[in-house]
Write a protein that binds this ligand. Structure first.
Ligand code: SAH
Length: 236
């Protein structure tokens, strides 16, 4: 096994459904990746299985208590005898992107903590040396979708998980820009023909065209990516 991801959540059934579907399931069946969901309530110590409490200082909503999360993290470490990277999903975190996914895919063990309500008690984030990670500048109701996004993006990068036909080399961001447009049959759809070059059989022309289209699209919708790219070239 090359990568183990443990996910601490109040909704393990969401994660299990994800872990038992498509590429992530196949990666697990092939023993390349292992993904496990833990119910945070199982780590609560009272008979009501309480995991949240009122915020100090007042204000609306509830906050996830530190003890169950800390116990869950320690439990997982005890099982695996490893020093995992602990990622805490949070809109206040570092924004997740392909370079971070690449860095994380080299890490053998990751724990992802899913927040809910108003978030997680700050002290447990610090004590677990958790790295806060965000999937973008918007607010969701829980960390489950972010955890699945992170887990899927990383799983795809683990060697041998994807077959040739799904190769990451043609994906957006692989060479730091967006990917080219794609076409399939029929050759003419509602009067619109597939760009001629793609049916030419000339591979170097096709490559050149794809690169040009990818750059055009990137310039149009994500000029920030090109700025970053030229910064990197200047600093190399
Ligand atoms: N009050 C918090 C938001 C809580 S949202 C704040 O203002 O920062 C509840 C939970 O959903 C969070 O604890 C986190 O786990 C998850 N979440 C919401 N939006 C997210 C995002 N953009 N990225 C990652 N996790 C997010």
């Amino acid at each position: 096994m090359k990568l183990r991801i443990d996910i601490i959540t109040l909704f393990p059934e969401l994660i299990r459904c994800f872990a038992e579907t498509a590429i992530v399931k196949r990666a697990q069946d092939r023993g390349l990746v292992f993904i496990k969901a833990y119910n945070l309530r199982a780590f609560s110590s009272d008979r009501y299985r309480t995991v949240d409490d009122y915020p100090y200082g007042g204000g609306p909503g509830m906050v996830l208590k530190p003890e169950p999360i800390s116990r869950a993290v320690e439990f997982i470490k005890g099982v695996t005898h490893s020093q995992p990277r602990v990622l805490i999903t949070s809109p206040q975190g570092r924004v997740f992107n392909q370079s971070l996914a690449e860095a994380l895919s080299l890490c053998p063990h990751i724990i992802l903590v899913c927040g809910r309500y108003q978030g997680i008690d700050q002290r447990v984030i610090e004590l677990c040396q958790g790295e806060e990670i965000s999937v973008g500048d918007y607010v969701l109701s829980g960390g489950e979708l972010p955890a699945m996004i992170v887990a899927e993006a990383i799983t795809r990068l683990v060697p041998e998980v994807l077959g040739d036909e799904e190769s990451i080399h043609f994906d957006s961001f692989y060479d730091r820009i967006l990917g080219p447009p794609q076409y399939t049959r029929p050759r003419i759809f509602e009067g619109r023909a597939v760009p001629e070059v793609l049916t030419s059989g000339n591979h170097s022309l096709i490559e050149e065209w794809r690169r040009k289209k990818a750059l055009q699209k990137t310039r149009l919708v994500r000029p920030d990516l090109l700025d970053k790219l030229s910064d990197e070239v200047i600093h190399e």
